[in-house]
Design a binder for this molecule. Structure first.
Ligand SMILES: C[S@@+](CC[C@H](N)C(=O)[O-])C[C@H]1O[C@@H](n2cnc3c(N)ncnc32)[C@H](O)[C@@H]1O
Length: 391
């Protein structure tokens, strides 16, 4: 009884902590979903009207390279849209080197002067947010990089410091791993690294509700993993990490590089940070609109017949806590789609049985295709990938 009560209190505290963090902070400083996989499924073209959750906006800009007619970047956390707006303002300004320094290298020697020029182009909320947070890009800051700010960035900073400082040998193996060109090299290096990864610090960290909340992992996802995965959360993370670092080529894996080193390189970075794509981004900027809203509120306010919905993993969040909100979101998605509209989502679970039953009649899934692509995902931390067409 006491145990049950303390578990309930613990759950309640975690939910409250997660809610507080999400209502106050920038969580994601890079999009944690692989757009190379998305591109193979979405088939965007000049007729596409896309609804996507913003997160850090990296994948919104990646999709823009396929020149869809419109992209609606929707996020309930306005700080995430403020980040996208800063990127849009930098691209509109037209100097690739500024974009490169701010978002590839993670800092800019003249960040204050640059911000003064960009500020008038930002919507009011984004300006108010960056007025307080533009020092994230200060190269003189102890963390030296934007990618170590925001709540995910803070955890990345703590973990990467811990790893890179725990001996010259380990540091060398980790940096060599990022530069490895073959899976054989990766496997040899990872064999050396793995025992050091699962020390007391990481096991402790993964048991901390605060650390998981800062990483943007809500309790529903933790519970999904704990109930379904042999070895629980530590087993899940260690298996996923081993797979992505030994079975998927790492030389262009910009996700793990940025969190380990604080920056991308010119050859290992998101597409929106490649100079050859800059003119295309500039000419299509007006096709992106951001919306501070839930997906359902956005669809109610902007009804349409959208061709694509990219839902990331946010339905894991809804499935557990807000099944009615999940039902409502699906009704709105289907009411605002057309036959053949494409829907992409990921989950921490290996299945999405949490979808309302009635959606199955309205959707056609492609499991053989997504299972094969999921194995090539450079992020590698999700349990499954799902792609459906509206019947
Ligand atoms: C689902 S989270 C997960 C992170 C993600 N996998 C990524 O790529 O970074 C992505 C974003 O969804 C937003 N979000 C969560 N639920 C939402 C909802 N119902 N409507 C709109 N945005 C939502 C969060 O604020 C967050 O910025």
């Amino acid at each position: 009884m006491v145990k049950q009560l303390s578990a309930q209190l613990g759950n309640h505290a975690h939910d409250l902590l997660f809610k507080t963090i999400h209502q106050r902070y920038l969580i994601y400083n890079m999009c944690w979903e692989d757009p190379r996989i998305d591109r193979q499924l979405l088939g965007l073209d000049q007729h596409s009207q896309v609804v996507v959750l913003t997160s850090a906006g990296c994948n919104v800009l990646d999709y823009l390279l396929d020149a869809p007619a419109e992209i609606h970047a929707v996020d309930v956390n306005p700080r995430q849209n403020a980040l996208l707006q800063l990127k849009l303002a930098l691209i509109a300004r037209g100097d690739f080197s500024d974009l490169d320094q701010m978002f590839r290298q993670g800092s800019h020697p003249h960040f204050r002067e640059l911000y003064a020029v960009l500020r008038p182009q930002l919507p009011p909320y984004a300006a108010a947010f960056w007025d307080k947070k533009i020092t994230y890009f200060d190269p003189g800051n102890r963390k030296r990089s934007f990618y170590y700010h925001g709540t995910c960035g803070t955890v990345a900073w703590l973990v990467s410091r811990q790893l890179l400082k725990s001996g010259r040998k380990l540091r060398g193996y980790l940096l060599d791993l990022l530069d490895a060109q073959t899976l054989t090299e990766q496997r040899e290096l990872y064999q050396q690294i793995e025992p050091a990864l699962w020390g007391r610090f990481s096991a402790w960290l993964l048991r901390q509700p605060t650390a998981l909340a800062l990483l943007g992992v809500p309790r529903p996802q933790i519970q999904l993993i704990q109930q379904q995965y042999p070895g629980g959360i530590i087993g899940y993370v260690s298996d996923k990490l081993r797979y992505v670092l030994t079975e998927v080529l790492i030389h262009d894996n910009y996700f793990w590089r940025a969190y380990l080193t604080g920056s991308y390189t010119a050859s290992c970075c998101p597409n929106y940070l490649r100079e050859e794509h800059f003119p295309q981004l500039q000419s299509h900027l007006d096709r992106v609109q951001s919306h501070d809203a839930t997906v359902s509120a956005f669809l109610r306010a902007h009804p349409g017949q959208y061709s694509h919905f990219v839902l990331l993993d946010h339905q894991d969040w809804l499935a557990w806590h807000q099944p009615q909100a999940l039902e409502e979101e699906w009704r709105l998605i289907l009411a605002n789609s057309r036959p053949g509209s494409r829907i992409l989502l990921r989950s921490a679970s290996d299945n999405i049985r949490f979808l309302p039953d009635w959606t199955r009649q309205a959707l056609r899934f492609f499991p053989a295709l997504t299972e094969a692509l999921h194995r090539q995902d450079r992020v590698g931390t999700y349990g499954s990938l799902h792609f459906a067409e509206v019947a």
